[in-house]
Design a protein around this ligand. Structure first.
Ligand code: SF4
Ligand code: SF4
Ligand code: SF4
Length: 296
């Protein structure tokens, strides 16, 4: 053993010295605790949903481990036992609000959270569950409950907004993986306002050189729908069904006029507008233009 190493060992063994073995362990633990505490606390919550948005996050297997290293994920129903925190730096809410209990829960989450993300179209607009409020409620309830039940405690379906303030809408049914990753990384790195999208799906679709369904007389919602999915459906040979919801300045009048020239029934046009985001102001307006009245 060299003289320098011997001196080091001697210092470690001195009683009361900061180099005492116990102290070394404590300093190390303190460092680890401080490092852990600095990680943003994240909670992922689920309301009425198919859990597809959470599954979309699980599907990011190449990045999920990194996410767990970068953040302290304390609540993630599909992944781990429920834990609750006093404060969440980032709260991610999947699913529509359909009951009083869910309404109370989302308000509590908002109160405890610095930044709240609506994950997916159900959380943003009510999504597919909201279809039942458009004239199908009785029919759907009878199908789900063929035998009469004493009560169904069900609010009118809508997204988490307008019940609480939302800081970012991760639109889509389910949302795009790259967007989820980009937004979370922005927040983890301290960026307060991740970039949002403000172009229609058509912009991404034309950039990819796809043939246009609308020009062939088929109902495509691309012109009025938020981009960000990379025009996924038209690029795979399917119509855009508007799952990312309406652009703020969407010209639904003009699109209805084009749809009418496609010689399809009023019912088909109406369904296009209520499928994912029928509770949104723009698609409700379009739905009303199709002379159908929503059930409150
Ligand atoms: S947005 Fe789509 S994938 Fe996500 S929970 Fe709702 S129905 Fe499921
Ligand atoms: S196929 Fe649909 S999304 Fe693509 S350009 Fe035509 S209308 Fe727009
Ligand atoms: S193309 Fe339309 S329906 Fe398909 S993912 Fe994008 S917004 Fe949703």
């Amino acid at each position: 053993m060299c003289a320098r190493m011997a001196r080091c060992f001697a210092m470690m063994l001195l009683p009361g010295s900061v180099m005492d073995k116990g102290e070394i362990v404590k300093v190390k633990q303190k460092k680890e605790t401080t490092k852990k505490e600095k990680r943003p606390v994240v909670g992922i919550f689920s309301m009425t949903s198919c859990s597809g948005c959470q599954i979309r996050m699980l599907d990011m297997e190449d990045w999920l481990i990194d996410l767990f290293k970068l953040c302290n994920v304390v609540h993630f129903p599909l992944v781990k036992k429920h834990e609750h925190a006093d404060h969440y730096d980032i709260a991610i809410i999947e699913g529509a609000v359909t009951t009083e209990d869910e309404l109370t829960e989302v308000k509590q989450i908002r109160e405890k959270s610095s930044f709240v993300i609506a994950l997916g179209t159900c959380a943003t607009y009510g999504g597919i569950p909201s279809i039942k409020d458009y004239g199908y409620r009785e029919e759907i309830e009878k199908t789900v409950y063929p035998e009469p039940v004493p009560f169904i405690h069900n609010l009118g379906v809508c997204g988490v907004y307008p019940h609480i303030q939302i800081d970012y809408f991760l639109r889509g049914c389910p949302p795009d993986k790259d967007e989820i990753k980009r937004v979370l990384l922005d927040l983890i790195n301290g960026k307060k306002s991740p970039k949002n999208f403000d172009d229609p799906v058509c912009a991404e679709c034309r950039a990819k050189g796809n043939d246009c369904f609308l020009q062939k007389g088929q109902l495509c919602m691309g012109p009025v729908t938020y981009s960000g999915c990379g025009a996924l459906c038209p690029s795979m040979g399917y119509l855009c069904y508007g799952c990312r919801g309406p652009l703020d300045d969407a010209n639904v009048h003009s699109l209805i006029h084009i749809f009418e020239q496609c010689h399809v029934s009023e019912d088909d046009i109406r369904r296009m507008f209520i499928k994912f985001a029928g509770t949104s102001k723009k698609f409700r307006e379009a739905h009303n233009l199709c002379k159908i009245t929503a059930v409150k």
